[in-house]
Design a protein. Sequence first.
Lengths: 596, 582
Amino acid sequence: MSDKKQDDEILGKAYDSKLMKRLLTYIKPYKKYVVFAIILNVLVAALGPLRPYLTKIAIDDYIVHSNYNGLMLIGAALFVSLLLQAVIQYFLTYYTQYLGQRTLYDIRTQIFEHTQKLALKFFDRTPIGRIVTRATNDVESLSELFSSGIVMVFSDVFIILWILGFMFFMDIPLSFVTLSVLPVLIYGTFLFRKKVRESYRDVRYHLARLNSYMQEHVTGMSVVQIFRKEKDELKKFSEINADHREANIKSIFYYAIFFPTVELLSSVAVALIVWYGGGEIIQSNLTIGILFAFIQYTEMFFRPIRDLSEKYNILQTSMASSERIFKLLDNQTFIKNPENAVKLNGISGKIEFKDVWFAYDDENYVLKNINFNINPGETVAIVGHTGAGKSTLINILTRFYDINKGSILLDGIDIRNVDKRDLRRYISIVLQDVFLFSGLIRSNINMDNDEIGIEKIINAAKTVGADKFISNLPNKYDEEVKERGATLSVGQKQLISFARALAYDPKILILDEATSSIDTETEQLIQTAIEKLLVGRTAIVIAHRLSTIQNADKIIVLHKGEIKEIGNHQELLAKRGIYYRLYQLQYKDQEIAKSN
Amino acid sequence: MKNLLTLKKYFVKYKTKLILGIIFILISNAGTVYLPILLKDAINDLRNNVSNQQLLKYALFIVGTSIVAGIFRYLIRQTIIVVSREIEYDLRGDFWEHIQKLPLRYFQNNSTGNIMSHATNDINAVRMFIGPAVMYSIDTIVRLIIVVAIMISINFSLTIYSLLPLPILSYGVYRIGKLIHEKYTKIQENFSELTTRAQENFSGIRIIKSYVREANEIKRWNELSKEYLRKNMSLVRIQALIMPILYLITGISIIIVIWIGGGKVINGEMNLGDISAFIVYLGILIWPVIAFGWVMNIIQQGEASMKRLNKILNEPYEIQDLSSADITVKDLKGEIELRNVSFRYSDSLPEVLKNITLKIPIGSSLAIVGHTGSGKTSLINLIPRLYDVTSGSVLIDGKEIKNIPLDVLRTNVAVVQQESFLFSDSVYGNISYGLKEVDKQRVEHAARIANFDKDVESFPKGYETIVGERGITFSGGQKQRASLARALATNPKILILDDSFSAVDTHTEEEILKNLKEFMKDRTSIMISHRISTVKDADNIVVLQNGKIAEQGTHEELVALNGLYADLHYKQLLEKELEELN
């Protein structure tokens, strides 16, 4: 909720030419089409105002003079202009909408592509909901600006100009008389828009309150019920509901007053035309046809003026959204790729940490002076308490974050000189919290990578022992993964992530062993799977199982960001330090259990 | 239409305003319709030499009628549309009152998003029916009758010819409106797919980056985005028809008037004023004719939405006081007994609890351990009657809980749920949630027992801190301790903790357990946990497996048994030792 509020603060900012300029760059690729659409618009705008003029001719030249043939001719002309307008209008609407949608597509794509380049640091700091809103709702709110705003402004302006043109062409004094209501109409319309916008903002605020209340209490309904708060909550709900009702009723007022006022204004214009124009007709300075055409024009004025006032609104809302979008696009939190990246063509998998220091915030070091080597094919187990820096170690090895001091070498090459994608291609990570994507079991194993075919997928699954349960699913490897794997057990999800890592056949494997309790049967499966995964690879395991630790070539005991002990099982036992204590405890307990 | 009958009681409630609204519609239409007559007479008079004074009179009449029509048009909105908002309020209130009484089962089978969509979209669609649809349909019918009558009185054949195209317009708007609605729904689906996609990508960005799948993700996004573009354009194809059809059909009507009417003027059958009146009348009819097609759609959507709402409003409450409830029960002591309890979530699902028999004496503590899905939470949910047993019985103080008034039962049983849920209220408000009013002392006392007091004191605003407000996000452990405090504040006879310390570190947990010991002295408690350290001191420990009691006894007994419990115990020792290095 608080994110929403913060975002909404960038609102109500009026026109900003810098933002507008930047927004206009998006239609640049379609410039020719835009110009063409505008020209067409200017022409079509004339067709509507043309008809009252034709009616005038019909009345003055033909009906009054009883010329039946001429009347037929005008009828045909009216019909042609109508048909022309309808057809052109259709294609124009379609066309401008296409331009708009196409532009939105470009922006949406650009935003998403940009986010994919941003470093993990950005995602750690920004609530996901906010990024999602940028790529979806914020883009959507630019829709009107691009689809109707830019092009249709010309149409509205030109309809008004054409009407004025015809009016002044027919009779100048009567034009001024008729137009005398126009300032009031324009002022009234813009005032109405402003008031409606304000009251609409109020409605939206109360609607948001109502929605978040309901959202919150539906989610927490069991709490409401357990504490028997139904009556109290209903009272609270009714208050919010009533506020929402009142805000709406207030906004009804503006509509209720606006529409009759507009009708009244056009009646005043008609009355003026009848009174003044009628007088002129009596003195034979004016024809009935002209009077008639003017009455029709008074009706025509209203729509373009209302549309223009709406466009002002569109502009305002798009300013707010575009500002938020550009802020994201300007975010440069990247992990830079080296300019002359060293190409990795097959690696042996030797890893060296040399005097590595790292802090997430440039101040509080979570890793201090880390030094160790891992030889190709070795398995290293990292042991330590929560917050000792284990996960950080993974983050810096894959360059999710860059280290502050020291260096990390892969096959003797500083990883900062290697293309990130190249680097990550050789490293697979299996995290504790398995993240499954919507899609199929199959696409979750190969991560939608067509280079990894179904045979490889099945092989990987078989190796880690996931094949058995997958084969029991109704659609096997084509079974759909629902809601991030809600239908799968924790253990099954683990096995899928093992298969995923294996399918990519990495040189280096990073494994964050799960601590959560799994039933004994799956536990056994996972144990075997891990053993198979480690064969022939350099591996770093954040270990929780004694068996994994004991079998490791090297054990690193990490404590408060520092390496306290390093060595293999035997060596560390001989040291009689932290590891020894840990082991003693576990061993002792198991011995007792056996003797019982 | 039969679903909309539900609304009858609301219409009756506001009948005075509604009837007034209809009267206003009649009056304002009389004004609107009189205007062209004035115009007609003025123009006819112009051809027969008329005085300036006479013209001024016409002009003033035109303005005057328009003012009268305008005032009543204002009043129509102030009655009918206002009533629609009032009914919306009532309907949403009733909806909410009903929702609150639905059993937990309902909320687990229906997503929050789903319920929300009923509360917003469906109620809104019904509101559109009550307000605009009712207003415009009455307005249209009234206006149509009057205008057509006047037009016929001027010239019958011209009326028929000129009105001929209008039904096509109505039908066109109706069909197009329907298509637009369908396409729009599809676009909305596609949009939410885009949102889900983005959400998923950003949540899984770590995995995507580590498997270097960014390019593929971009490709998938662009495909979906293109699909969205395509769907939008297919809507545009239809939507773009509206204006041209409008021009064309109303234009044709006017051409007919000029053509045929003009001919009639030439023949002397009609005069110029009549034609101008016709054209103005056509202008007046256009909107109602369009509205007619539009209103038909609103009615259909309102009907569909009301049907969905009725379905919810007819959901049975399931868990409520029975007529056999013993209202003399005012308080509970806390002895719990389960007799041959079996439970399944629905007839089509397998049993999650099978024949459980268990006794928890007053003041004793029971701990439940077991794998995910073994039935732990299902079991404890039966005690405050969040669910009712499928067979067997649950007794408190020797009385079947079905016969204890729900109010009494739930006031005496406090549950701290697995997923701790706090409201966006102050800490005071949250912890005193179960109390009649905020009792600061009690809140602070409860916070102390839950070991939450120091955390609260470290917040800038202390107990007045609003949960979830900018910057202050509670950690999982803090949320759990807050909801524990909330339960303790109610002074329950029976306290149930459903894995309530999972996000609290072992050290803090130990302190809480120590505090609780004192608090629990004469209360009964049930505690679910994955941690052996949490449960080892319980009077009785039950190990659940596949809905059955697999092992039962004290910590020492169960370790000696060397079964599931002992296995779990050893696995957790290493982890614990690592934590303690801190």
